[in-house]
Design a protein around this ligand. Structure first.
Ligand code: MF3
Ligand code: CO
Length: 255
């Protein structure tokens, strides 16, 4: 069953998601050649604390491991869950995904954005553009009466029509009192499949899109997912509220 948020839950999700989006918005401005992913981590940790929230990533458990940072910063062939490091220096032509998940007042907001570092190769520019369009198209399908698979289908077909591939091993998800709630929202699938969308669902829709093949592997750190062929990958994510008046993006900065 997909959790349905009541008025109060929705009001709290709005606040938390605005914080997550504000942190992401501020971090985007710091992406420049010469900056390390650890610099972004430290800034992100401070922005989250300044807004009175905490990171939902720090200490997040997967098996016996705990995620060691407050942000996920994934560069080039890193798909998601890159661990910030002083040794990772951004260079002109890189792309960097910033994934920010915060906890505030009992609720979680999740969003991500992939930025170019300076100017990037045309094929990589296209990867970013098409992946972002796929997120927008997926969000448009998050309409009451549609099914979860309609979101998946829209994302997959848009990416594949441009010769890109969608990651299979990781998926979007419901989000609310927990970071990962039902349903799973795959970035591939059949139109009309899955659960029906009802008002009051809060969904983290997050295409992970590869320039090459769809296969990924996990590094020895137990967290970082990279493309198997070493080609770049993009990741865009919003937390979206479903309602009778249509999908509403909750992860909008409050500035
Ligand atoms: N947006 C990521 C997700 O939904 C955040 C994960 S936090 C981590 O999986 F701790 F797992 F890294
Ligand atoms: Co997510």
């Amino acid at each position: 069953m997909i959790p349905i948020k009541n008025r109060e839950g929705i009001a709290k999700m709005r606040e938390t998601c605005a914080i997550a989006a504000t942190v992401l918005h501020k971090l985007k401005k710091l992406v420049l050649p010469g900056v390390t992913t650890q610099d972004l981590e430290e800034a992100g940790r401070k922005y989250i604390a300044d807004l009175g929230a905490t990171s939902a990533c720090f200490g997040y458990r997967h098996g016996s491991r705990r995620y060691p940072a407050h942000t996920c910063i994934s560069v080039n062939e890193e798909v998601v869950h890159g661990i910030p490091s002083l040794r990772k220096v951004l260079r002109e032509g890189d792309i960097v995904s910033l994934d920010i998940v915060v906890f505030y007042n009992g609720y979680i907001g999740d969003n991500a954005y992939t930025m170019p570092v300076g100017s990037v190769a045309p094929a990589v520019e296209k990867l970013l553009r098409v992946s972002k369009e796929a997120l927008d198209l997926g969000i448009k399908q998050a309409r009451v009466g549609n099914r979860i698979g309609d979101i998946s289908y829209a994302i997959q077909t848009h990416c594949e029509a441009s010769g890109l591939s969608v990651v299979r091993e990781m998926v979007g998800h419901g989000v609310g009192v927990a970071m990962h709630e039902p349903p799973e929202i795959a970035n591939f699938g059949r139109r009309g499949s899955g659960e029906k969308i009802k008002p009051g669902m809060t969904l983290a829709i997050e295409p992970m899109v590869n320039l090459g093949g769809f296969k990924t592997k996990t590094l020895a750190d137990g967290w970082t997912h990279v493309t198997s062929d070493g080609l770049p990958s993009a990741h865009f994510e919003h937390t979206v509220l479903t309602s009778d008046t249509g999908p509403e993006i909750l992860t909008i900065p409050s500035l």
